[in-house]
Design a protein. Structure first.
Ligand SMILES: C[S@@+](CC[C@H](N)C(=O)[O-])C[C@H]1O[C@@H](n2cnc3c(N)ncnc32)[C@H](O)[C@@H]1O
Length: 149
């Protein structure tokens, strides 16, 4: 299974600090699973990506939303496990556009995840998601990162 981190960002991730942190966590994750960062110009492009990949191997889509479910990192690890057991070829975490996800897109998610009720800039939310994806993989693997960081 592959992990995708998709962010809706018309001009791409422009803050080098954010990009570098995202790339660092995604690189750290690769010993566990392949990862890919997708910078998409519009929510429509994201929905198209979901439908293009739909079918037998539909991605297991988890969407970041401040009004979503307050989950633990163990819950995220469990959702990756659930996707793997269900035979999904991709587990995807989506960071939405400046005005948030539409209700139609949210309805396509297996899980909506809140990092707290605060609103994070999409670049920061992407960094948090990348770290949580890495943390979830270390939890699945029994690696001590989750205990010490
Ligand atoms: C700038 S925020 C969107 C703000 C928008 N006004 C809203 O309320 O959804 C862009 C994206 O970052 C992510 N995000 C921001 N804060 C978040 C939080 N506290 N928890 C989870 N995701 C968050 C979400 O994916 C959101 O769609």
């Amino acid at each position: 299974m592959k992990l995708l981190l998709a962010v809706i960002t018309p001009k791409g991730l422009r803050q080098p600090e954010a990009r570098s942190l995202v790339q660092m966590y995604m690189k750290r994750a690769t010993p566990y699973l392949r990862t890919e960062l997708l910078e998409l110009p519009t929510e429509a492009a994201f929905v198209e990506l979901l439908s293009k990949r739909n079918g037998r191997t539909a991605p297991y889509a988890v969407l970041g939303d401040s009004r979503g479910k307050a989950v633990t990192s163990e819950d995220l690890a469990a959702s990756i496990e659930t996707a793997a057991l269900a035979g999904a070829s991709e587990w995807l975490f989506g960071i939405g556009p400046a005005n948030g996800w539409s209700s139609d897109t949210l309805a396509q998610a297996k899980l909506t995840v809140s990092f707290g009720r605060i609103t994070l800039a999409h670049e920061l939310a992407t960094v948090v998601a990348a770290e949580q994806m890495y943390r979830a993989l270390t939890i699945r693997a029994g690696h001590p990162y989750h205990v010490g960081h």
